[in-house]
Design a protein around this ligand. Structure first.
Ligand SMILES: [Zn+2]
Length: 264
């Protein structure tokens, strides 16, 4: 079985056929899902889905760097975390991080110092609640490392949709963090060079659906049922078997997010 450790089943893209999407993923062997929040509403929906699909869907709560300029209501995350009903349903903080990607010469997620503060606050939340963190990092590896090093200790966590260099990979490994690989492994030139070097012990699978649809389905909405395509491409790049990728990533995901076994 597979675990999709980053899938936005909480987005409106799935409002019309969410149960079918989950059912089709299960048929493809994808049996558990981690659904991260990016803003207030998507956090609420992620937690709701975790309650509706107990033991199958697990929520992460956090604010994406794109929220930084909006000064989001940080206390809402704590409200969700403090609610005893949500214990075991919220398995991580995130997604949170830094996004320095530029559109028309400007950082789309706004001021870097504001992003860094929002990220740091969420890392501290992860330490306080003893939860792993799902890190979004785009064009910002050096600064993400700097913010992490400010902490009294580095929380457990994953660089979701890893897109860094081999050197970045080494630093992530030294920090004891995982990397998530997505459908863009089927077409990204950068990942062709890096993925062969990722130790199996630090690898988890994700789709980031509805985004990053793998070949041969590019141009269509992504779905968690495509996880085996991601795993197969990684297996090809690492010249190993599909089963070894499936087994290792499932063990890693279960360890990282402390997920229970799937009930038969
Ligand atoms: Zn992300």
């Amino acid at each position: 079985m597979y675990i999709d450790t980053h899938v936005q089943l909480n987005f409106s893209d799935y409002d019309l056929d969410r149960d079918m999407v989950i059912g089709n993923a299960k048929k493809a062997g994808v049996k558990q899902f981690v659904v991260p929040g990016v803003d207030h509403n998507s956090c609420r929906t992620a937690v709701h889905l975790a309650h509706k699909h107990t033991g199958i869907i697990f929520a992460a709560v956090g604010y994406h760097p794109y929220e930084a300029p909006k000064n989001p209501d940080f206390s809402y995350l704590e409200t969700l975390l403090k609610d005893s009903k949500n214990k075991g349903f919220i398995v991580a903080i995130g997604e949170c991080g830094l996004d320095y990607h530029e559109y028309n010469g400007e950082v789309a997620a706004g001021r870097k110092d504001v992003q860094q503060q929002l990220f740091l606050n969420q890392l501290n939340l992860a330490l306080t609640y003893d939860l792993p963190v799902i890190i979004h990092c785009r064009d910002a590896y050096q600064d993400v490392f700097k913010v992490l090093e400010k902490l009294p200790k580095i929380p457990q966590g994953v660089f979701h949709c890893f897109s860094g260099s081999q050197q970045d990979l080494r630093i992530v490994e030294q920090m004891g963090l995982y990397v998530g690989i997505d459908g863009n492994v089927t077409y990204s030139k950068q990942l062709l060079f890096v993925v062969p070097h990722i130790p199996l012990s630090m690898l988890v699978l994700e789709t980031d659906a509805p985004y990053l649809t793998p070949v041969p389905h590019r141009g269509k909405r992504n779905e968690p049922k495509y996880i085996p395509l991601v795993a197969q491409k990684i297996a090809d790049l690492q010249t190993t078997s599909l089963k070894s990728i499936m087994d290792a990533t499932t063990i890693n995901a279960r360890a990282l997010f402390k997920l229970p076994e799937v009930k038969k």
